[in-house]
Write a protein that binds this ligand. Structure first.
Ligand code: AMP
Length: 180
């Protein structure tokens, strides 16, 4: 670590019972808003990935777009959005996954990457891991290799990060929070 992760952790706001009772929402907007913590955050990721062989950064809707596109630019790479269902205008492929209540679908453009591309997949937070797993499947269906999944926050008690690692996906996160 370049910096004490507490520096970032202290700038993530916890909003209890949002968007529904029982959820502790980990709000990264204060982290993004402060110029110093935004820079520290980006530098952490740049430091880790600048020497790796990566062709593309894929970010997950919507907070994965913010940090993912800054990172792509810093690494001199292109950026691909993995979006919630119905948002992408061109031909898409889709992956449905289970939520605690119901299901969700993510989509990517069919020409977002090509066979053999080495892609870095990024989101703001890993909870159950379902979203990142679905994003990974989309990229792999297009023939890409997901070299690593990364996120700012891990909620380890929800088991998603373990699930992703057990499935063979290397994972890098900066800050842990206990509980949901
Ligand atoms: P999951 O698929 O369960 O790993 O959920 C991860 C996705 O849902 C990420 O895109 C997060 O932005 C969002 N998310 C889930 N739980 C939280 C939470 N407690 N605080 C903030 N975002 C969350």
């Amino acid at each position: 670590m370049l910096f004490d992760p507490a520096y970032l952790r202290d700038r993530i706001r916890t909003v209890p019972d949002w968007p529904e009772p029982g959820v502790q929402f980990r709000d990264i907007t204060p982290l993004l808003q402060d110029p110093k913590s935004l820079r520290v955050l980006v530098e952490h990721f740049v430091f880790r990935y600048m020497d790796q062989k990566i062709d593309l950064v894929a970010g997950i809707d919507a907070r994965g777009f913010i940090i993912g596109s800054i990172l792509a630019h810093q690494l001199g790479l292109g950026f691909v959005p993995i979006r919630k269902k119905g948002k992408l205008p061109f031909t898409t492929i889709a992956e449905e996954y289970e939520l605690e209540y119901g299901s969700a679908t993510v989509e990517v453009h069919a020409d977002a990457c090509k066979q053999g591309d080495r892609v870095l997949l990024i989101d703001d937070l890993i909870a159950t891991g379902g979203t990142m797993m679905a994003g990974r499947k989309l990229l792999e269906r297009l023939g890409a290799t997901v070299v690593e999944g990364c996120a700012i926050v891990d909620l380890p008690e929800l088991g998603g990060s373990q699930l992703l690692r057990d499935s063979g996906l290397p994972l890098f996160t900066l800050v842990d929070f206990a509980g949901h």
